[in-house]
Design a protein around this ligand. Sequence first.
Ligand SMILES: *Cc1c(COP(=O)(O)O)cnc(C)c1O
Ligand SMILES: [Zn+2]
Length: 390
Amino acid sequence: MTFLTHLECSVCGDRHSPHEPQTVCRSCGKSLLARYDLAAAKSSFTKDSLKGKPYSMWKYSPLLPIERQENIVSLGEQITPLITLPKFGENLGLPKLIMKDEGQLPTGSFKARGLVMAISKAKELGIKSVCIPSAGNAAGALAAYAARAGIEAHIFLPEDTPEINIKESLVCGAQVELVKGNISDAAKRMNERRKTETTWFDVSTLKEPYRLEGKKTMGYELGEQFNWELPDVIVYPTGGGTGLIGMWKAFDEMEKLGWIGSKRPKMVSVQSTGCAPIVRAYGEQKKNSAFWENATTIASGLRVPKAFADYLILEAVYNSGGWAIGVSDEEIVNTVYEIAQTEGLFISPEGAAAFAALRYLLPDGKITEEDTVVVFNTATGIKYPEVVKR
Ligand SMILES: *Cc1c(COP(=O)(O)O)cnc(C)c1O
Ligand SMILES: [Zn+2]
C-alpha cells in the first residue's frame, strides 16, 4: 500500500527506520523526512491510476506513510476545492486569483491533514498517548483524531488561545493545560511534564516526521486540480511551515514520478508583522530565523516565534524564487471583511493575511495579472468569531 522505505535527516542525511516511533534525527536533532521508493512507484502509481479514485487525500496513499489501510483514522478528509474570487481578484488586478479552501476539512482547518497522518501512523506503531503544544487549530485536530483512534491526547495551549480551540479539544476528551505566554512557552511546559510522563509521544510540528506527509497532500491535490501544470505563485500563511515545506517536498516527488516538469511555483511565505521571524530572516537573506520576542497577532495560527524547521521554510522560499512578506493585523481584519463582502467567503485571519500580502507583491511587478496565483485559506472564519464585530 505504501512505497515508504525509510526516514532521512533533512540536514545530515542519516537514515532511520520507519517501523518504530521516530522523532528527530538521532545524530543531529533536525527534522526527519519520509522517503519512498519512487523508481518502483513510477511504474505502477501513475497519474492515470488516480482517475476515478475516491475524492479524498487518501488517493495518494502509495506515497503516504501508512502501511495498512485499517490504521487510517479518517474523519472524511475531502480534496479541498479551488474557488475563484472574480470580484476581489479583478479589483486587485489579478483575474486569475484562486483560493484553495482548507476550511472545509474536518475540524475546520488544514491541521486535519497533518494530524490525521500523525495519529494514523501513531496507531500503526502502537503509540497509546500523544502530546502537543499548539497555537490553536492543531489542538482541535489532534483531539479529534486521537479520540477517533482511542489514543490519549495531552494538549498545551497559550491561555489566550481562541476559546473554540480550547473547547473543541475538551469536547473530544483531551487533557488540556493552559499556559501563560505563546506556543513556545506551551512547549516548554509540555517538556517539563514529559520528564515524568515518559510515555507521551511528542507530535510537535516537524519533530515528528508524518504531519509533514499529511500536509504534503496539498501539493499533490494542486497538481491534479491544475492538470499537472502548477500555478505560477502559491501564497501561504506561515507558522511552523509544515504546509509550505510539505508542498515543496511533494513537487519534488511528483517530478521524480514523471508527473510534472521542473517548473515550480514561486512560494510566498506570509506572516503577521506582530510575529514575523521568517520575514525578518528573509529580509536579511539568512538560512535560519531568530526567536521573535513578544509575539502578538490575532492570526493565532501564525503566532510561532521560532519555527523548528525554519531552515526548510527559507530554503523552499529561496529556491522557488519567492518572497516572505509581513502584513499588519489591521490589514488582516480589513481583508476578512473585504473578501466576505465581495465573495461571500468568511475566511480565517491567517488566510486573510495571505490575501493581504498580494497588495505588496503587485506594485513592483513581483506578480502580474498574467499569473495564476493560489492563496491558501487555511481555516474557516467561523472558528474566529472574536475577529469580527456584531
Ligand atoms: C497552523 C496554522 C497555520 C500555519 O501553518 P504551518 O503549516 O504550521 O505554517 C496557518 N493557518 C492556520 C489557520 C493554522 O491553524
Ligand atoms: Zn541529522
